[in-house]
Design a protein around this ligand. Structure first.
Ligand code: SAM
Ligand code: SF4
Ligand code: F3S
Length: 436
């Protein structure tokens, strides 16, 4: 077939971002080009997410858009990822114009099947279930790269669809992880993020040795020569060990930023969520992290409006936010997901109550974030310049090791480089500064 143009839209988490990048690399290696807009693409690929209803609603909207576009012009429509995994049948019946669906497990084979959709007899519309295979490379010489180290999740938190759509945990072989990191390290990459739903449960047998996450983290930290920052996502509080904290302390290449989703501050709700820690054990862990790592930043996810949540439970969560003093938080209200344990408990907290509680949490976290960022004024920080500011073309946006966003005057030549910036001010939540 003639090599053509593709367009990929990605929804959901960093795992999807990484896999979409890997798919782009695969397609380009086979002679495809990335289209500048969806209107000129011969193949449109939607990489989907099921974690919240809002994510799925958006996708149905996009499918409606492309269903309509198919009446105007000829192109192939492929849907991949977690929502494709969950709702394949419904998708085909609602949008029969879809040419190919592949769930979470067949992404490395999509390029083959995508090319077949252009033949007179495409043979297949749905790629069947099989073992997950990791792509070999997830970044194309950008200065920042994701490196998946695991796939799936075994935790089955009662609200969460991820274990159902991504399957059980699989750890990637450390040889493959090393290969990918070595090739990034010999390019222009400055920062890598090791990815998994719960990186702390990474485990693999390598000959007679058992590699666990601390062992992997330490060996990667010692291995890189050009990469200056290493991050990892996500840590489950029940599994983040003191060994990991010690390794971060001893290896400056590991960023002093830990994303440690607490979800809730009430022990009753944590138990119903099946998180396997208490607010007390979580706060003790947070304290150990703060004590051991200089200026560490701690960020979290909060899930409000879970079945059974009372005003008292919300108060526990607000108190925990004040005590943990998070640098930042991603906050969500609970969406029931069919197939999960909590789905059986209905959705008893009314929508407007959920939104009102969430707004209170957001406002509180905003004030904590602001207070913490105000303390950074006057400091000089190493910033990785990432892109031009959309608001002002003469300014750049970058991030510190602690994951603070910083805006500063600068030119495009600095993008992808580390710049020392003196923090002078804060506007909204964003630090502002000047290059030293
Ligand atoms: N593995 C990570 C962990 O254990 O923290 C989280 C992964 S999940 C993709 C990202 C976040 O989505 C969760 O931390 C949770 O706050 C939120 N989330 C998961 N299920 C949800 C649901 N049913 N409704 C709303 N938010 C949800
Ligand atoms: Fe979902 Fe819990 Fe697994 Fe995170 S640890 S992906 S919240 S089941
Ligand atoms: Fe969404 Fe799947 Fe990630 S459900 S959050 S894209 S693992």
């Amino acid at each position: 077939m003639n090599k053509k143009e593709f367009w990929i839209e990605t929804y959901g988490c960093q795992m999807n971002d990484a896999e979409s990048e890997a798919l782009k690399i695969t397609l380009k290696a086979r002679g495809w080009r990335e289209a500048l807009t969806p209107d000129s693409a011969d193949a449109v690929i939607l990489n989907t997410c099921s974690v919240r209803q809002t994510a799925e609603n958006r996708l149905w909207g996009r499918l409606g858009f492309y269903k309509h576009a198919k009446k105007e012009r000829e192109f192939k429509l492929t849907v991949i990822g977690c929502m494709a995994e969950r709702l394949k049948d419904k998708m085909f019946s609602r949008v029969p114009e879809i040419d190919l669906i592949a769930g979470s497990f067949q992404k490395t084979r999509i390029a083959d099947y995508l090319e077949k959709t252009f033949s007179a007899d495409p043979e297949i519309k749905l790629i069947g279930q099989e073992e997950y295979e990791f792509f070999t490379r997830h970044s194309n010489n950008d200065f920042k790269a994701f490196v998946p180290i695991m796939h799936g999740c075994n935790n089955f938190c009662t609200y969460c669809i991820v274990p159902y759509v991504r399957g059980r945990e699989i750890s990637r072989s450390f040889k493959d992880i090393y290969n990918e990191i070595d090739s990034l390290d010999s390019g222009n990459v400055k920062e890598i993020t090791l990815l998994g739903q719960n990186v702390n449960s990474y485990t693999i047998q390598a000959g007679s040795r058992n590699m666990d996450f601390p062992a992997l983290l330490e060996s990667v930290a010692k291995r890189v020569t050009n990469i200056e920052w290493i991050r990892f996502l996500t840590s489950h509080p029940k599994d983040l060990s003191d060994r990991v904290i010690g390794i971060i302390k001893d290896n400056p290449v590991l960023c002093n930023h830990i994303h440690l989703p607490v979800q809730h501050g009430s022990n009753k709700i944590l138990k119903l969520m099946k998180r396997n820690y208490t607010r007390e054990s979580y706060l003790k862990l947070a304290e150990r992290i703060r004590k051991n790592l200089d200026n560490v930043s701690l960020t979290t996810d909060i899930l409000i409006g879970f079945p059974g949540e009372t005003e008292e439970d919300v108060k526990y969560t607000m108190d925990l936010i004040k005590e943990a003093e998070y640098e930042d938080a991603f906050t969500y209200y609970y969406n029931p997901r069919e197939g999960t344990k909590a789905y059986e408990w209905g959705d008893p907290v009314p929508q407007d109550t959920k939104i009102e509680r969430l707004n209170r949490i957001i406002e509180l976290q905003r004030s904590v974030t602001r207070k913490k960022r105000l303390n950074k004024i006057g400091r000089t920080m190493k910033v990785l310049a990432e892109k031009r500011s959309k608001k002002n073309k003469l300014e750049l946006l970058g991030r510190t090791e602690f994951d603070d966003m910083v805006v500063f005057p600068g030119s495009a030549d600095s993008i992808g480089k580390f710049i020392n910036v003196r923090i002078e001010d804060i506007s909204g939540d964003t630090l502002r500064g000047k290059e030293l």
